[in-house]
Design a protein around this ligand. Structure first.
Ligand code: FES
Length: 84
């Protein structure tokens, strides 16, 4: 594992210092963020926290991935799933 990486649905994703989670996922060619809270495919769209299309679960908490900074060691999954 790189020192600058997080886990996305079981896959290690490297990121640059200062990148958001959404930017790092996009750079790793992850376009489909998986099911959101309504079961629709999540994706990086507005980039400013307005559309809620990029919701993911960061260490168990739902966050806008376009606003959340990437940090080493985070465990990130699609937003939908067990709690709905
Ligand atoms: S891309 Fe729209 S809220 Fe993140």
């Amino acid at each position: 594992m790189s020192s600058n990486s997080f886990t996305w649905n079981g896959r290690q994703i490297a990121f640059r210092t200062g990148e958001t989670i959404a930017a790092a996922l996009s750079a790793a060619d992850v376009q489909d963020f998986g099911p959101d809270l309504l079961g629709q495919s999540g994706r990086f769209f507005c980039g400013i926290g307005a559309c809620q299309g990029c919701l993911v679960r960061v260490d168990g908490r739902v966050r806008e991935s376009c606003l959340a900074p990437a940090r080493a060691g985070l465990t990130i999954t699609s937003a939908g799933g067990s709690h709905v």
